[in-house]
Design a protein around this ligand. Structure first.
Ligand SMILES: Cc1ncc(COP(=O)(O)O)c(C=O)c1O
Length: 452
């Protein structure tokens, strides 16, 4: 019978063998500094351990089990986060454009993560940005199917793909099914940055993008599932062009380290084997408990944002706190948030949080003193003009200057507020007053610009 955890089993058997490790890594499975007791499982690609991105053994077996769990045609593991999967997706898209004689144009929601922006610059994609009708923040970019349809109809030259970030960092989920229908109508592919949504596959109805019609997506398992940091997937749909699965390993290998972490691979292997009816119930029960906490928080007057089931996002100015102040007030009560900026606080939970955790968070909110409303609003989403390609700007001679001197200059690298690593402006765009206002608002003091 085939093993259900092929990677973990191999590591565990090897650890028991007491073998002479005449191979990397240098700690030989018994690092004198290993206080966590993990080095015995930390190996390199020795015989029998398979080769990530040239897989035919235990890694491929585990990936295939994951593909069927998520409902993908092909799933590849990443030990370098969704960032690696995003670079690979875009490389695959560029092969697709080449093969079918399409322009290297991609239409993307403006809240794309920096790894998308940098990959587009490196691969020389022409990005046509999709802006939302209205937005609370650069982090959100709500695009409806109707808006996408109108956008694509108006494009002189059709993109080869649409790229959507869903869920976004604030916890907004896009209508991927509807967006996918529009993409099909226009014969363009749909790629989704689902870094925050791996767990969606295990909610009732499985609202994961790979089941909702996207062609490829990335998931950071480590963000919402019990995986080690760095553990992620590239999923390719069963209906996607065959060349994606055929070239996927070399696409990942192009950008990846040749020394993948087996600890991370084993964590992906083990988590998959433990997604069973018990886990589904645990997740479902947890979302109900978290909903209860959200209602409580809303009841004391804090404004909730987003519709994601594992995030508690607040817009706390009406309660008298900036996001950063609220995160600080919570940290003083031993509750540490995922993200805070002047307008929002994001708390990320998972079923691995205990009832006691949720209770502590409730008490921390209860202890907050309501203050006078803060009336300042975030600046409007900048829409700077692009005057050179992202690639040209990224590879140009550049220097760093104070943002106070940057009006009219051309950005040489994306300017981000960090986290969530969403760009206020990208390479090749001119820094106008709106961009400057945003940089000032988010505390960005320096930027890299093209030397003219
Ligand atoms: C929306 C989004 N996409 C992609 C990434 C990159 O994911 P990873 O950290 O797994 O490389 C992040 C990271 O925070 C993200 O927020």
């Amino acid at each position: 019978m085939k093993s259900n955890t092929p990677i973990y089993d191999f590591l565990s058997d090897y650890a028991k063998k007491n073998a002479v490790r005449a191979h990397m890594p240098g700690h030989k499975g018994q690092s004198p500094f290993d206080r966590c007791g993990v080095s015995k499982y930390d190996i390199t690609e020795i015989e029998g351990a398979d080769v990530l991105y040239s897989s035919h053994g235990i890694i491929r077996e585990s990936e295939e089990l994951s593909a069927s769990l998520f409902g993908a045609g092909r799933t590849l593991y990443s030990t370098e986060g969704s960032s690696l999967s995003i670079r690979a997706m875009l490389y695959l898209l560029s092969l697709y454009a080449q093969r079918f004689g399409k322009e290297r144009i991609i239409a993307a929601g403006r809240n794309a993560h920096i790894s998308f922006v940098n990959s587009c610059a490196l691969l020389d994609f022409d990005v046509k940005w999709l802006y939302p009708e209205s937005s609370q923040s650069v982090i959100s970019c709500k695009i409806t199917p109707e808006e996408l349809d109108a956008f694509l109809l108006n494009m002189k030259e059709k993109p080869c793909a649409v790229y959507i970030t869903s869920p976004d960092y604030l916890g907004n989920i896009a209508d991927i099914e509807g967006l996918s229908r529009v993409c099909k109508k226009h014969s363009v592919l749909l790629l989704v940055d689902n870094a925050h949504g791996a767990y969606l596959a295990f909610l009732e109805g499985s609202p994961h993008p790979i089941r909702q019609g996207c062609d490829m997506c990335c998931d950071s398992a480590h963000k919402t599932l019990p995986a080690l940091t760095g553990g992620a997937y590239l999923h390719i749909s069963r209906d996607a062009p065959k060349m994606f699965a055929e070239n996927a390993e070399r696409a990942m290998a192009l950008f990846a380290s040749t020394s993948p972490s087996y600890l991370i691979l084993a964590s992906l292997d083990l988590l998959r084997a433990n997604i069973n009816s018990e886990y589904y119930k645990k997740l479902s029960d947890f979302t109900i408990k978290l909903e209860g906490l959200k209602q409580f928080v809303s009841g004391i007057g804090l404004k909730l944002v987003g519709n994601e089931k594992l995030k508690l996002t607040l817009s706390p100015k009406s309660f008298g706190y900036t996001g950063t102040e609220l995160a600080k007030a919570l940290s003083l009560q031993n509750v540490f948030c995922e993200f805070a900026d002047p307008d929002f606080v994001v708390l990320m939970f998972s079923p691995e949080n205990s009832d006691a955790d949720l209770f502590k968070v409730k008490v921390a909110f209860e202890n907050l003193e309501r203050r006078a409303e803060i009336l300042t609003a975030p600046p409007a989403l900048p829409r700077p003009k692009s005057v050179m390609s992202m690639k040209e700007a990224l590879f140009s001679n550049s220097h760093e200057i104070p943002t106070s001197d940057a009006l009219g200059e051309v950005l040489a690298s994306a300017e981000i507020s960090c986290p969530p690593a969403v760009s206020l402006a990208v390479a090749g765009e001119v820094i106008d007053n709106e961009v400057l206002n945003s940089m000032e608002y988010y505390g960005i003091k320096k930027c890299r610009v093209v030397i003219k």
